[in-house]
Design a protein. Structure first.
Length: 91
């Protein structure tokens, strides 16, 4: 006897947990990069010039952290939309 169930399967839950895990990893990496960048900028602020390698690297870490955070959020959003389109979203 076959039943038509709309409840998410274990595989759907596993994909959701994996995606949340990936978004969390990207968020943690971006926060670490931002903290490193802020520390580098504060330490090397005494000589404010484009020739100050530590200052430029610090600014690069801060900007890079924004990109890493954005990529993680975009990937999570794309995956959740894909699951909604496939009917695995649950609603």
């Amino acid at each position: 006897m076959a039943t038509n169930s709309t409840a998410p399967s274990r595989n759907d839950n596993r994909k959701d947990k994996n995606m949340r895990g990936m978004v969390s990893v990207f968020t943690i990496i971006s926060v670490i990069a931002a903290v490193v960048g802020i520390i580098m900028v504060l330490v090397n602020l005494n000589h404010f010039s484009d020739r100050n390698l530590g200052l430029m690297l610090g600014i690069g870490f801060i900007v890079g952290s924004i990109f890493v955070y954005s990529i993680g959020k975009w990937a999570g959003s794309i995956q959740s939309r894909r699951e909604e389109d496939d009917g695995g979203g649950g609603f």
